[in-house]
Design a protein around this ligand. Structure first.
Ligand code: SUG
Length: 446
């Protein structure tokens, strides 16, 4: 069966801001209180999508979530008009207001874990929306993610959208950011690799001391069961606790895989030798590990440059892969030197393209955070009726939509402006028309 990888990028929402909400995510914490530019953020994301679609890749888009998250405000006892609720939330606690105003669903690598039809028992593409319980502002995303996925992947004969895992840190699930799939061809049965930070039910097992391990083994195993994966085509790897404590809050900050290639930092995993052997055995011939030695690039440079938060892509018509990296990787001398050597060598990665994604990067979101990989056959693509696939027409419409509705500046105190909330809902209402999604937001269903 032939299939392709479709990258579903998250469109940055109109309330994009820097609230410093993610403990253990160094960029998020360092940029607390900064002034954001949602318009620039959304345009930077669209430019990446346009550019990759222009190179012949299948590119799609996922809609932002509605913010403020009115349901959470009400659940927390805020009452009155929207303006009243926002003002009281700000008075109670600025980070609490940040929680209901965050545009964090833009990082669609955390939206869900996806298993292509070639890997699953029932031959459907399976999605489990991530519960994201580790961070309050992200823990409210799953219901809207599920609604959006159900609107797009609505053909139940081909797609299965599961409930998120139970809402407890024992089942903490951060989606595709901790999952990668190796395969010979996209349509072949793949090897699904789940990377977790801790074993919840074993308090003596290794775990980070400073920062949270957001993903548990129990969650990863549950997703594997729900998706009907074969155990001899599945691997569970523990991330090294030390790198989590160094700011690697998701595996996609220290490793990336595609096709037969797993590109990772020397310090990324616990029991590295053993797991590489397991991958090689389960994958069969052709597994190509590309290990970056710590002497060439330190974990600290890998985290600040986001080198591994790159998309590793198979470009049409070429055998060597392309790395879509953030500009920060270009601007970090040790990283640039390593990447130059990597691409001039004979290895599987032959090209690096750098993108300016600074608005998202300041929240710890690089190129790979912004996309959810969905491997689809031609028939599965054809079953998607919503206008999600990027082409010149959709790019023009979305760019015009951003320019019409988005502010070019949000300061922390702007988050309680009721006009921002109204602008945001109006924009999303328009967006559902542009993308042919039907009503997917609670404010459209009231
Ligand atoms: O969950 N940042 C996100 C970044 C997600 C990156 N995703 C991947 N690695 N796949 C997070 O930590 C910061 C929001 C703020 O501080 O305002 C934030 O949510």
């Amino acid at each position: 069966m032939t299939a392709m990888e479709v990258n579903f990028d998250g469109l940055v929402g109109p309330t994009h801001n820097y609230a410093g909400l993610s403990h253990g995510n160094v960029a998020s914490q360092n940029n607390l209180g900064g002034v954001s530019n949602p318009r620039e953020a959304a345009l930077q994301g669209l430019e990446k999508m346009r550019s990759l679609a222009g190179r012949g890749l299948r590119q799609a888009v996922l809609p932002p979530h509605a913010r403020p998250h009115v349901e959470t405000l009400k659940q927390l006892g805020f009452t009155g008009s929207l303006g009243d609720m926002l003002a009281s939330a700000f008075a109670a606690s600025p980070p609490l207001l940040g929680t209901v105003m965050s545009a964090s669903p833009m990082w669609t690598a955390n939206a869900a874990t996806v298993s292509p039809s070639a890997d699953t028992e029932d031959g459907r593409v399976h999605f489990t929306p991530a519960n994201l319980v580790a961070m309050p502002h992200r823990s409210i995303e799953a219901p809207q993610t599920k609604r959006a996925l159900e609107a797009i992947f609505c053909d139940e004969a081909r797609f299965a959208v599961h409930e998120p895992l139970p809402h407890h840190t024992h089942f903490g699930d951060e989606g595709a950011a901790n999952h990668t799939r190796l395969c010979k061809g996209y349509g072949d049965k793949g090897l699904e690799i789940f990377v977790y930070g801790q074993t919840a039910y074993d308090p003596r097992a290794p775990r980070p001391l400073k920062y949270p391990a957001r993903q548990t083994l129990e969650a990863s195993q549950a997703v594997g069961r729900l998706h009907g994966l074969e155990s001899d085509r599945t691997v569970f790897i523990q991330q090294a606790p030390d790198v989590i404590d160094a700011g690697v809050f998701h595996n996609d900050v220290i490793a990336v895989g595609n096709g037969q290639v797993l590109f990772f930092h020397e310090d990324a995993f616990l029991n590295k030798r053993q797991i590489l052997q397991e991958i090689a055995e389960k994958f069969g011939d052709g597994f190509e590990p590309v290990e970056l030695p710590r002497d060439a690039v330190s974990v600290s440079d890998a985290v600040s440059s986001y080198l591994f938060n790159s998309q590793l892509l198979s470009m049409p018509g070429t055998t060597r892969m392309t790395l879509i990296a953030p500009m920060e990787a270009h601007d970090t001398p040790a990283v640039k030197q390593y990447l130059d050597a990597l691409t001039t060598g004979q290895g599987p990665i032959g090209e690096v393209l750098y993108f300016d994604l600074k608005q998202s990067m300041r929240n710890g979101g690089g190129p790979a955070c912004l996309r959810l990989r969905v491997v689809l056959t031609d028939e599965e693509c054809a079953a998607i009726k919503a206008r999600v696939f990027m082409d010149d027409g959709l790019y023009t419409d979305l760019k015009g939509w951003v320019e019409k509705h988005y502010r070019d500046q949000i300061k922390p105190e702007d988050l309680c402006d009721p006009l921002l909330a109204e602008e945001s809902f109006t924009a999303l209402d328009d967006l559902t028309q542009i993308m042919g999604l039907g009503p997917i937001y609670p404010f459209q269903m009231a």
